[in-house]
Design a protein around this ligand. Structure first.
Ligand code: HEC
Ligand code: HEC
Length: 281
């Protein structure tokens, strides 16, 4: 064999090895190597990919130099929306009042509503519009409803910063992974909510911080009235506020039963609050 023929042979072998490895990497996840048959049920097809993921968001200060300013502005907007997105907020809330620590938490008990991994899970199907929604539109839902404010232009410095921040804190999580700490786990109790009992629960467990009239203080956010979220907000839905309360309130010491959480939630959402003009309900 000539030297050039040997070279050609080696190149061919390597090429096939690389293609083979790529094919098995891509299709390997669908193939059960343990059995002789290839199994792919419809359940597996619809299951989000990614397998088990673990919670380990990077530190903000470790963001690459070119995006660090945007990441930090995004974080500041989450923590002090009043200051850093003034003009787009119509109440006294900050994102972090619900997305604790700017969303850098593992959710669940005392974690508020996590945002770690959101960048990997959008665009996502949204029931309200029967189509998929991107992260900018989803964020503006919170601006218009939770914050009773105005949508940030998608090209604005602020929205770009928020999206960069999501992207950074989602670093390392596979696209469309099933991220267990995102979202709210609703209460399963079939108890019929009793707002009259909820009023008592509120007086005993919440008023000390949120005020007798739910108006809040300098350091505690309001629960109803002009300075609160509007009636189009997720937090104004019984199942959302009940589950949030069960997991997180009283702050740092959540201790209500499922039934009491449902009752106090029913009481709070019956109180007056701003009206969301474009409400679809
Ligand atoms: C020890 C003080 C304290 C008590 C008691 C307390 N909260 Fe809170 N609550 C807070 C603070 C502080 C926040 C904002 C957390 C943050 O920004 O990190 C908050 C946030 C909230 C929020 C989301 C933000 C908003 O204002 O809409 C809801 C809803 C809420 N609390 C409901 C309740 C309910 C219901 C109770 C009684 C079962 C309760 N809280 C008891 C301190 C308290
Ligand atoms: C009064 C409470 C509250 C405030 C304040 C709030 N949000 Fe939310 N946010 C929610 C609720 C409730 C959801 C829905 C959670 C769910 O259904 O999984 C949500 C969902 C989101 C989501 C989608 C998360 C997911 O897992 O799909 C994003 C992104 C988001 N909020 C961003 C923000 C930003 C940015 C701000 C501040 C401008 C903000 N939110 C202020 C209550 C709030």
């Amino acid at each position: 064999m000539k030297k050039s023929e040997i070279k050609f042979g080696v190149v061919v072998v390597i090429t096939f090895a690389v293609i083979g490895a790529a094919v098995s990497l891509i299709f390997g996840r669908f193939i059960d190597f343990g059995s002789s048959k290839t199994i792919e049920t419809s359940a597996q097809k619809t299951k989000p990919i990614g397998g088990t993921v673990s919670f380990s968001p990077p530190l903000l200060q470790d963001a690459p130099a070119e995006i660090k300013d945007a990441v930090m502005l995004g974080y500041n907007i989450m923590m002090n929306t009043q200051k850093y997105a003034a003009g787009y907020v119509g109440n006294k809330l900050n994102c972090t009042n619900c997305h604790f620590n700017g969303g850098i938490t593992e959710g669940g008990r005392n974690g508020g509503l996590s945002l770690v991994g959101v960048a990997a899970t959008y665009p996502r199907y949204r029931k309200g519009q029967n189509y998929s929604e991107d992260i900018v539109t989803r964020t503006n839902d919170c601006f218009e409803r939770s914050m009773n404010g105005k949508p940030l232009p998608s090209y604005s410095k602020e929205m770009t910063a928020i999206v960069t921040y999501y992207q950074w804190i989602s670093n390392g999580l596979p696209i469309y992974a099933n991220i267990p700490w995102l979202g709210i786990e609703y209460i399963k109790s079939t108890h019929t909510p009793n707002p009259a009992n909820g009023k008592q629960i509120f007086a005993q467990n919440c008023a000390v911080c949120h005020g007798n009239n739910g108006q809040g203080t300098q350091v505690v956010p309001p629960l109803w009235g002009n300075d609160s979220f509007n009636d189009g907000a997720g937090m104004d839905k019984l199942k959302d506020i009940a589950a949030f309360t069960l997991n997180n309130m009283p702050m740092t010491n959540p201790k209500l039963t499922d039934e009491d959480a449902l009752d106090v939630a029913a009481f709070i959402i019956n109180q007056p609050r701003p009206h969301f003009a474009a409400k679809k309900k």
